[in-house]
Design a protein around this ligand. Sequence first.
Ligand SMILES: NC(=O)c1ccc[n+]([C@@H]2O[C@H](COP(=O)([O-])OP(=O)(O)OC[C@H]3O[C@@H](n4cnc5c(N)ncnc54)[C@H](O)[C@@H]3O)[C@@H](O)[C@H]2O)c1
Ligand SMILES: [Zn+2]
Ligand SMILES: [Zn+2]
Length: 380
Amino acid sequence: MKAVVYKGTREVAVEEVPDARIEKPTDAVVRITTTNICGSDLHMYEGRAGVEEGKVLGHENMGVVEAVGPAVDRVQVGMRVSVPFNIACGTCRSCNEGWTSFCERTNPVDGMQGAAYGYANMGPYDGGQAELLRVPYADFNLLDLPAGPEHENDFTMLSDVFPTGWHGTVLADQQPGDRVAVFGAGPVGLLAAHSARIRGASEVFVVDQQPDRLKLAAHADCTPVDFSEGDPVQQILEATAGLGVDCGIEAVGWQAHDPTGEEHPELVLDNLVSVVKAHGGIGVVGVYVPQDPGGPNDLARDGRPAWDYGSFFSKGQRMGTGQAPVKRYNRQLRDLILYGRANPGFLVSHELPLDEAAAGYRNFDERLDGWTKVLLHPDS
Ligand SMILES: NC(=O)c1ccc[n+]([C@@H]2O[C@H](COP(=O)([O-])OP(=O)(O)OC[C@H]3O[C@@H](n4cnc5c(N)ncnc54)[C@H](O)[C@@H]3O)[C@@H](O)[C@H]2O)c1
Ligand SMILES: [Zn+2]
Ligand SMILES: [Zn+2]
């Protein structure tokens, strides 16, 4: 089969690799119809996440079940499915408590809980930027979708970015009527903002400096804040008569930068502590890492951003962090799409055949104007 293979820093290629196949009785194989490039893939693409050469990438996958192992009895060949990016066993302590993102059994890397397709340090699993994908524990992991081609660009957000954005609002403990600040207008931030709207926010500020992304934020009925035009905290304080917001969401990650592009891993955390009210919640879904050999200083390289913990404590704020447990939300989010209450596909900017993946990665990585979310279609 054809697959997107990591070749080295800023280099991916579409190559022939062995077909994905049933390896354990509980597996299924899915024929991929749509697989997205994610901001998380860029951490690997940029050589900042220690992924091994030859890895098949891709953790945002959907398609049609091609084959099932002998122990699979819910999932049927021919079912249209969304594949959560978390690979979870369904029976460990974390899975039983609904935290599939911290599955204790699927990641063999020492000290790591939680596994994913095609990702550094997330287990030996190939990704789905390919014609076929092997899905472990298929009965537990796969979400069924209505057959046919409808809502493909909305449903493809169910494997990661829509549940992740939603998770940000849950970690921030967003309540109806809240004013919300979302930092980052990438796919995750935009869908956190969309989620905040659906959950009844009165006003949602979205901070970024990319004009095309800020335009999408406005399109999603939010207030764009351009951090290249001045301190975003001041801008939001001015817009709220000095009150700030009830809660905030971090959708940027450790490579947060200032308007000149210089990285400051503590920058957005500090902004959130300043702009969120005392005793307000902060949901951090942007990724921070325990080690970053490419970080701008010793602390950053050791995964210890020097953020304003003192003010955070003094304000009695709360913070939730971590990879999203997709299965906690994806069924309900699917039904919001089906009933016309959510349309996360609004952020799709480009749809490419798998063969054009390298250009998709390059343009998305350079954040070329208009490259917000790239979908790959192996079957086109
Ligand atoms: N927790 C999870 O389960 C999970 C899942 C998917 C992605 N992620 C992470 O979420 C983050 C966002 O993902 P994405 O796909 O939207 O990525 P992305 O790279 O497309 O978007 C990040 C955005 O942040 C903006 N930004 C940079 N510095 C900023 C600053 N100082 N203030 C405001 N905005 C700033 C960039 O301009 C960019 O538009 C990444 O770290 C990704 O790894 C986490
Ligand atoms: Zn992703
Ligand atoms: Zn588990």
